[in-house]
Design a protein around this ligand. Structure first.
Ligand SMILES: NC(=O)c1ccc[n+]([C@@H]2O[C@H](COP(=O)([O-])OP(=O)(O)OC[C@H]3O[C@@H](n4cnc5c(N)ncnc54)[C@H](OP(=O)(O)O)[C@@H]3O)[C@@H](O)[C@H]2O)c1
Length: 382
């Protein structure tokens, strides 16, 4: 296999650092041509030393001086500002762009990667939530494959291999249920960011961990699956599976269910996405089926966790409604993490934003960005 050049956007995050572990372990197959961070310049420095990229990007304007010195000392290119990540794509000429940024920030560079003709390994699920139609249309026009770095969609892609997609009856996404699965409405009003950040089965960045606690993460995954697999929303279901061993199911018209199981470690998902459909041995301990005491399943409770139903609602409305859903959620999650609002105000803010949103077609990046900006302004004021 010839070495593929990877541009890793969001290299200092949870998915970013795990991606570097995979690249390090399969250095015959992959090398790094570019790295980016929002503002963790120290961590980026040690990554530069190990992976010697051609160029880097630092988004935080407050870190520009420090970042410029860093780039000069290693004699590598650096990009700043609003289009920094898209410019990095042009400089690095990657074979694969791993989009591991968070929120809508990943949308523009994903479109730039597709325009450049690179394959996209997508962790940043908000890209398809906000720009699903646009991204999928661009990818189809360019013949680009989108490789999901979400354990659920990666599982679905594996379960679809070699099968006839027209024979799929349903996709069933599994959800851990988050740390508050058994909490009452009253108890949910008192939870703190510290409690919400303790996910029972996965170690992830702060934003997705809160999204998992509200079940918005699963709502986003429903929208992501709808776009990735061209699957009508009514054929995508969610089941709570607290052990996070089965990463999703595909049900076929004859009643057969095919599932993918593994230990809960994003290393495997990232490796699978980068090599898909090839498989190679890795260092992960095998899943000991005989040691598993139980695999349990239950229906999600949309009364206590309404974000899941808000995501279905926004996806059904289409247009810019999912953009408003995402923008309100980004604002609400940040405000919760800053101790400005209680946990149960996250769905309140999203509900109000959806109620006041004036839906438009999301056919251009400008339309999406405008909805994002307006919804944020309103959600900040709520
Ligand atoms: N973590 C998981 O296991 C997992 C699983 C499935 C899907 N995902 C999805 O993957 C994405 C990344 O998740 P994560 O857990 O890795 O997040 P994370 O740990 O917060 O990392 C995010 C990365 O993006 C950078 N970044 C943040 N905001 C940015 C902005 N506005 N512009 C440019 N760069 C920015 C961060 O830089 P700094 O380090 O400077 O903040 C960091 O490198 C999310 O969309 C998440 O939903 C994650």
């Amino acid at each position: 296999m010839s070495q593929k050049k990877i541009l890793l956007l969001g290299s200092t995050g949870s998915i970013g650092t795990r991606t570097l572990d995979v690249v390090r372990d399969f250095s015959d197959a992959f090398c790094i041509c570019g790295l980016s961070t929002f503002g963790r310049v120290d961590m980026l420095k040690s990554q530069i030393e190990q992976f010697r990229p051609r160029a880097i990007s630092v988004s935080d304007v407050a870190k520009q001086k420090e970042a410029r010195c860093l780039a000069e000392s290693y004699d590598i290119k650096i990009t700043f500002g609003e289009n920094a990540l898209s410019e990095l794509v042009a400089i690095c000429e990657p074979d694969i762009v791993v989009v591991a940024t968070v929120g809508i920030a990943g949308l523009k560079p994903t479109l730039a990667a597709i325009a450049h003709g690179a394959d996209v390994a997508l962790a940043n699920k908000e890209v398809l939530v906000t720009g699903g139609d646009l991204v999928m249309a661009s990818a189809r026009a360019k013949g680009i494959s989108l490789r999901p770095i979400d354990s659920e969609h990666n599982a679905v892609a594996q379960c679809l291999l070699g099968q006839n997609p027209s024979k799929v009856r349903r996709i069933i996404l599994t959800a851990s249920g988050g740390p508050f699965r058994h909490f009452t409405q009253e108890a949910l009003q008192k939870v703190t960011p510290e409690q919400a950040l303790k996910h029972p089965t996965w170690r992830m960045g702060c934003k997705i961990t809160i999204d998992s606690a509200t079940l918005m993460n699963k709502g986003f995954e429903v929208i992501e699956g709808h776009h990735l697999f061209n699957m009508p929303l009514e054929q995508i279901d969610v089941v709570i599976h607290p052990q996070s061993i089965i990463h999703s199911f595909v049900e076929y018209v004859d009643g057969s269910l095919i599932a993918q199981l593994s230990v809960a470690d994003m290393y495997l998902t990232i490796q699978s996405a980068l090599m898909f459909p090839e498989r190679r041995p890795n260092y992960l301990a095998p899943l000991e089926i005989s040691a598993l005491s139980a695999l349990t399943f239950e229906k999600p409770d949309c009364e206590r966790f309404p974000c899941l139903s808000y995501a279905y609602e926004a996806a059904r409305a289409g247009g810019t409604a999912p953009v408003a859903l995402n923008a309100a959620n980004e604002v609400a999650v940040r405000r919760f993490l800053n101790n400005e609002i209680p946990f149960h105000h996250i769905p309140h803010i999203i509900r109000k934003s959806l109620d006041t949103h004036k839906n438009h077609q999301a056919s251009s990046l400008e339309a999406i960005e405008e909805t994002d900006r307006l919804t944020r302004e309103d959600a900040e004021a709520l």
